[in-house]
Design a protein around this ligand. Structure first.
Ligand code: XBP
Ligand code: MG
Length: 265
């Protein structure tokens, strides 16, 4: 018997917003600023997302494609410097261009709050990147919406390890079966499931290069009045708290085939 649903835990990159294109641009502009002739096109970056965490992704790529850099004695410090510069550039790009939340996210956060559910974040990316995304959406008080915000630098192992979700549960003082997770990627779904949490999956083009593990439910997005889910999908026209409570209670797996293109609303 499941506990009642008490909390929703959200991934950030790909789940709250489709951030990966700006992460990719920030990497490429940083490479150019450092005088490096490296370019990650969309297809390449989609494949590289198999490695969670921007710094780890960069280090993995350098090992394979930039042997002279990997051989430098100071290569760890060099990768740190590159990644710090990339984080700065990403923040500037988000501020300059704006990054909309995915359909249904703002609505569901409000509905969850009104229903007395706790909200949390479990993300690989840094606190500064979460701030860059959420402060323009919700104002400087965005942090008060969330009972816990756990970021990659605070735990031992990134997704797909369970650490980020386990730490979120610890801070919420909840057992895994009192929460639902929202994820877009294979590593993210595996991470939440490894912590024992049921997952609502909303993949994007960037996060669906690999077959995703079966989640509790997989949808193209959460739906909204301005961007409803197709009528044949569970939760249509948009996922609300009643849907989430029902899916959480029955824990049934209702997988959908992956979409090859991002939802267009
Ligand atoms: C997605 C990621 C992130 C971003 C880059 O993680 O791996 O690393 O691509 O951000 P999640 P950083 O599964 O938590 O959505 O460069 O700040 O790591
Ligand atoms: Mg993600």
């Amino acid at each position: 018997m499941n506990r009642a649903l008490r909390a929703l835990i959200f991934d950030v990159d790909g789940t709250l917003a489709e951030t990966e294109e700006l992460h990719r641009l920030a990497f490429n502009e940083t490479f150019a600023a450092f005088g490096l002739d490296w370019t990650w096109d969309r297809a390449c970056y989609r494949g590289l997302l198999a490695v969670d965490g921007g710094r780890q992704r960069l280090a993995t790529w350098i090992t394979v494609h930039a042997a002279p850099i990997a051989a430098r004695v100071d290569h760890e410090a060099f990768i740190d410097a590159l990644h710090r510069a990339k984080t700065r550039r990403y923040g500037e790009l988000v501020a300059d261009r704006g990054l909309p939340l995915r359909p249904g996210i703002a609505r569901l956060l409000d509905e969850a709050h009104a229903a007395g559910l706790e909200l949390a974040i479990a993300t690989t990316t840094s606190a500064v990147n979460v701030e860059a995304l959420l402060a323009p959406q919700f104002g400087d008080g965005w942090r008060r919406r969330f009972a816990a915000v756990v970021t990659g630098s605070e735990i031992a192992a990134l997704k797909p390890a369970p650490d980020l979700y386990a730490e979120a549960l610890r801070r919420l003082r909840l057992e895994a079966d009192a929460a639902l997770a929202f994820e877009d990627s294979s590593n993210g779904i595996r991470s939440a499931q490894a912590a024992g949490i049921g997952v609502v999956a909303t993949p994007t083009w960037y996060s669906s290069a690999r077959r995703l593990p079966d989640a509790l439910i997989t949808l193209p997005h959460l739906g909204d009045p301005g961007c409803p889910l197709p009528p044949d999908l569970p939760g249509a026209p948009w996922v609300d708290i009643a849907c989430l409570r029902a899916w959480h209670a029955c824990r049934r797996i209702r997988s959908r085939p992956l979409r090859e293109t991002p939802p267009c609303c």
